[in-house]
Design a protein around this ligand. Structure first.
Ligand SMILES: Cc1cc2nc3c(=O)[nH]c(=O)nc-3n(C[C@H](O)[C@H](O)[C@H](O)COP(=O)(O)O)c2cc1C
Length: 364
């Protein structure tokens, strides 16, 4: 199975890389993920000023993470003199250096980091939403490097399509979508405290719960500017998720929070599972997924779901969740066609896939 993929002159052994964050915070951590087989590496965001990070700063829930961590706690000089020179360079495992934030920061950072970088990822998390400011940052970076530039978009940027046009016009190659979502908040009822927050009481949210926002942002950007490269990130936790992001329009993907929740071994596990998962869904390579056109079977009609009795374990979840009181049980599950709103909720919730249909054509 061919997992290799390429874009903007970069060749990746496979499409999975770590997202910028604590798991790529120094050379030792980067080398761990290089040995785990990641298709590319991304550093923690390096900046000129040192951050003052509140502690504790990472909260793990079942399907999301909240954090108030900022950028790299290490000075950029340590990255240039100590961490980056230790990195082994491979032709098919590019090193993407993440930098932030202002154009003045870029004047200092890019010339020093350029010899170590195969590409740059640029966090716009703390620079506001003014596209003129963001364009000026791109232009400054472009004046110091010929390498690919990927601007990272935060979910609080109001218009991803306008962001996409602006950064392409300024000379960037693509977008990393998306950064963590915020502001969000975590409250501990017992202690009556806001926890894990910054001084304003807010945290950033990431992990599987934000996946639908990431997918929609990638799709929006690709619809608006098809020639831009998009690196997808936000909520990935499985090989199937990787395929989903590529179908939405990503050229490669990044993951962080799921590995914080499930352990650092998740990178290798997903890479190992990619060939079988591709095969399961009828793909023969990563490029095959990327060249597949995504369909939207949107319609107003819908169908009443059909029950496959052999698969039904009579758990009654469909009856419980049906918002239209259309499902009854009397020895077998019955769906009242008059009451059924064709909403599809029961089909999506059935744990044994005993309910099928929702669209007139094609099984849901
Ligand atoms: C603890 C933590 C630290 C992070 N630090 C950075 C950072 O330094 N730079 C950056 O661009 N994104 C940072 N992020 C955002 C991630 O790179 C990523 O965009 C986001 O978490 C969504 O992906 P995920 O759901 O796979 O974690 C951080 C996220 C977390 C949870």
């Amino acid at each position: 199975m061919k997992l290799q993929t390429s874009f903007d002159g970069l060749v990746l052994q496979n499409p999975l890389m770590p997202a910028s964050g604590p798991l790529v915070g120094d050379a030792e951590k980067l080398l761990f993920l290089q040995n785990a087989g990641c298709g590319a590496l991304v550093t923690k965001t390096i900046s000129v000023q040192l951050p003052i990070i509140p502690k504790p700063c990472i909260f793990g829930a079942k399907d999301y993470v909240m954090n108030s961590e900022l950028w790299s706690e290490h000075p950029y000089t340590m990255w240039v003199e100590e961490f980056l020179p230790q990195m082994k360079r491979f032709k098919d495992r590019p090193l993407i250096v993440s930098v932030g934030y202002s154009k003045e920061d870029m004047e200092v950072l890019i010339p020093l980091l350029d010899p170590f970088a195969d590409a740059f990822e640029v966090s716009t998390h703390y620079v506001g939403t003014d596209l003129n400011v963001i364009s000026a940052i791109v232009k400054t970076i472009r004046s110091h490097t010929k390498k690919p530039i990927y601007m990272k978009i935060s979910p609080h940027i109001p218009n991803p399509e306008a962001f996409a046009h602006a950064i392409q016009d300024a000379g960037a190659n693509g977008i990393v979508a998306i950064n963590s979502l915020g502001p969000t908040m975590h409250i501990d009822v017992s202690s009556r405290q806001i926890q894990y927050s910054n001084q304003s009481g807010y945290v950033w949210m990431s992990g599987p719960a934000i996946k639908p926002i990431a997918l929609a942002t990638i799709y929006k950007i690709k619809q608006a500017v098809p020639s831009l490269t998009v690196i997808g990130v936000g909520g990935i936790q499985s090989a199937e998720d990787v395929i989903e992001f590529l179908l939405a329009g990503a050229s490669a993907v990044q993951m962080l929070s799921a590995a914080l929740l499930k352990g650092k071994g998740l990178y290798q596990k997903i890479i190992d599972q990619l060939p079988k998962t591709l095969e399961k869904f009828g793909f023969d390579s990563i490029e095959h997924v990327k060249n597949t056109v995504l369909h939207n079977p949107f319609e107003f009609k819908g169908v009443v779901p059909t029950l496959i009795e052999d698969l039904c374990v009579q758990c009654m979840l469909c009856k419980e969740v049906c918002p239209y009181h259309a499902i009854t049980f009397n020895d077998i599950i019955t769906i009242d066609e008059q009451r059924c709103f064709r909403c599809g909720l029961c089909v999506s919730k059935c744990p044994t896939k005993a309910l099928v249909g929702s669209y007139s054509e094609g099984r849901l």
